[in-house]
Design a protein around this ligand. Structure first.
Ligand code: ATP
Ligand code: MG
Length: 174
């Protein structure tokens, strides 16, 4: 079904808030009329993994920006942090199951290395692609590219049209 991203973002915010302290700023920039066609639980687990990673790999806090934007060909969901970043040579391996960069250092934070493998599978299921940009010590940006036919500005328009065509319960009673 059509998933309202602003609504999903509210749930992400509630999930993340207890994990944040004053060193963090978590910002959402998601227009109210953004929708993805897909499975809510899957998209939530993918996006929450990206947000949890942004928090977990930012030991000094910083700004975490969650945003959505549309281009001609895609809808793009992005999580950007100012954390430890990732050495470019590891980027191709990030979505492998159980892969963790620098196991010694990240053992302090814990984790199984499955989060991004889940993200990858959810994105495949939604015909979407993951792009990672990162600079060690400056931060990382994870972007999910959804094809244009899976994104809408306003599925309500379609719902209204459908109501016009099909009799509602009220009109049946008349
Ligand atoms: P899990 O998500 O299963 O709890 P995890 O976070 O270690 O464990 P992934 O989410 O798959 O596993 O991430 C794999 C590895 O990629 C991480 O261990 C970390 O080294 C690196 N990584 C992921 N996201 C970031 C990020 N935002 N900044 C820096 N490194 C990251
Ligand atoms: Mg993770």
């Amino acid at each position: 079904q059509w998933i309202n991203l602003a609504e999903l973002a509210t749930t992400l915010q509630k999930m993340a808030n207890p994990l944040l302290d004053e060193r963090f700023e978590l910002n959402f920039d998601i227009p109210n009329d953004s929708f993805i066609y897909g499975a809510y639980n899957e998209l939530y687990s993918a996006f929450s993994n990206l947000v949890l990673n942004a928090i977990k790999y930012s030991p000094e806090g910083g700004n975490i920006q969650v945003s959505w934007r549309n281009t001609e060909v895609s809808g793009i969901f992005t999580v950007k942090d100012e954390g430890i970043g990732i050495d470019p040579r590891y980027i191709p391996r990030l979505t492998e199951r159980f892969f963790r960069v620098d196991k010694g250092r990240s053992s302090a934070t814990g984790g199984t290395g499955l989060g991004l493998a889940i993200v990858k599978h959810v994105l495949i299921h939604h015909s979407a692609k993951l792009q990672v940009n990162s600079q060690p010590n400056y931060g990382s940006t994870f972007s999910c590219y959804f094809p244009a036919d899976r994104v809408r500005k306003d599925p309500l328009l379609q719902a209204v049209t459908n109501t016009d065509l099909a009799p509602t319960n009220d009109s049946q009673r008349e």
